[in-house]
Write a protein that binds this ligand. Structure first.
Ligand code: PEP
Ligand code: MG
Length: 330
């Protein structure tokens, strides 16, 4: 079975009735760059920059970050790489930057922290832009966006970094192209779902972080074992929200992908595909399995199953219907 799966990695994720889903990779470890070629991914949908930050004992310098990001972009040979700006706080802490709060998931995390420390944000964006010099495969994404004002401030700082770096390059007599990366935001905080038109007029793409979106929609700490049974991305409310996000994004004409764990589960991937999502980003180990199931599942059948699922009232009912459906695929 393993070898069947491994061969799947080289094939495209195209349904028997001819619809393709682009499969991207969630990455962050330097080991990922060594296996970039064999991953079967069309690009990196989420590069978690906090992971290399966690390996250090102080904030990495611009030069150190530049070297890491350059290696990542080079190892994917021109395929798109979406780098997320530092997403610490919540469950992710840096040993050299402790954040002590009673309620860290509702606290100072992601873009909230980096906008309060523009020097950290600017150094990171500068390193990313410099790493992309002459390449043009970089996208940049902001985590934990709650308000339009955060997007505006992050965009302002990004433009400032772009101006600085392009002037420095010109002053060095370097005529290589400094591309303007596409900019996106993560949809993780439920409130921002109601402001998609305002987002769409500002950024190039959105990417749904279904792990955090599930936690915040259901008010369940994603790491608390006591309430682990309540944390469920197959909760009908979560599925309805994911469908609503796709429909709204489509209406606003903004590209949308999804990079939470749900995309790496066969049932989740089929439901997302049926909702309309055509780009899913996942852990490398899930890629062969997800390609296999998409290649087996006709889109029209998946849409029928989605209609059935969206009328259900409990996560357990959804899981039951989905496992019956997956059995019929083999
Ligand atoms: C998410 O929240 O779904 C996500 C992809 O980000 P992370 O898991 O790194 O918080
Ligand atoms: Mg998240």
């Amino acid at each position: 079975l393993r070898s069947v799966y491994t061969k799947q990695a080289d094939l495209s994720a195209t349904t028997p009735d001819g619809f393709e889903v682009r499969i991207h990779l969630n990455a962050g470890l330097s080991a990922d760059t060594d296996i970039a070629h064999s991953s079967g991914a069309d690009g990196v949908g989420l590069y978690r920059t906090e992971i290399p930050f966690m390996m250090e004992d102080r904030f990495p310098s611009e030069e150190a970050q530049f070297n890491i990001y350059r290696k990542v972009l080079q190892s994917y040979c021109g395929r798109p790489v979406t780098m997320r700006t530092l997403d610490v706080g919540g469950d992710k802490s840096l040993p050299y930057f402790p954040i002590n709060e009673d309620n860290p998931f509702l606290g100072w995390r992601g873009i909230r922290m980096t906008l309060d420390h523009p020097e950290i944000f600017l150094v990171q964006i500068r390193a990313m832009l410099r790493a992309n010099l002459g390449m043009d495969s970089l996208n940049i994404m902001f985590p934990m966006i709650t308000s339009i004002s955060e997007v505006d401030e992050a965009l302002r700082l990004t433009r400032q970094a772009y101006r600085e770096v392009s002037e420095e390059i010109a002053a060095q007599g370097n005529d290589q192209l400094l591309a303007r990366p596409k900019i996106g935001v993560m949809i993780e905080v439920p409130g921002i779902i109601y402001q998609l038109p305002a987002l769409a007029s500002r950024v190039d793409f959105i990417s749904v972080g279904s792990n955090d979106l599930t936690q915040y929609l259901l008010a369940v700490d994603r790491n608390n074992s006591r309430v682990a049974e309540l944390y469920d991305s197959y909760h009908p409310a979560v599925l309805l929200a994911l469908k609503h996000i796709f429909d709204q994004a489509h209406k606003c004409g903004i590209p949308v992908s999804l990079c939470g764990e749900l995309a790496g589960e066969p049932a989740g991937a089929l439901l997302l595909m049926a909702m309309g999502y055509r780009q899913l980003s996942m852990n490398i180990h899930n890629i062969p399995k997800i390609k296999w199931v998409i290649r087996k599942a006709r889109l029209d059948q998946s849409k029928q199953v989605l209609d059935q699922v969206l009328a259900l009232e409990s996560p357990n009912d959804v899981r039951r219907v989905m496992s019956q459906h997956l059995e019929t695929l083999g």
